[in-house]
Design a protein around this ligand. Structure first.
Ligand code: ZN
Length: 99
């Protein structure tokens, strides 16, 4: 994903793009390949879509990215039950936080 982008904060996967269609067919691999910025974008878009029913000021979702956003939303619901707020991106601890 680091080498394939249509820009942030736009749709993570674009309808009609061959590479995006290939990525959408392998969602676990697609998510694993996200760089930090693309992951944050996807996480935020998933929260926005499911919390408000639309993208608000963000570019509208594509049909191709909807299953990905649904999957990321499911993870957000699960980690919310563990105490992490919906829509907040889990932040890796800094070196100073790791002991
Ligand atoms: Zn694409």
């Amino acid at each position: 994903m680091a080498n394939h982008s249509h820009g942030i904060p736009g749709p993570v996967l674009i309808d009609g793009c061959l590479t995006c269609h290939e990525l959408a067919a392998k969602l676990p691999a697609c998510i694993a390949m996200f760089d930090r910025n693309h992951f944050v974008n996807a996480w935020s878009r998933a929260a926005r879509l499911h919390m408000f029913g639309d993208m608000g000021g963000m570019p509208p979702q594509s049909s191709l990215e909807t299953p990905l956003l649904d999957l990321l939303w499911a993870f957000q619901v699960q980690i919310q039950a563990l105490g992490w707020p919906i829509g907040h991106v889990p932040i890796a601890p800094t070196d100073a936080d790791v002991s």
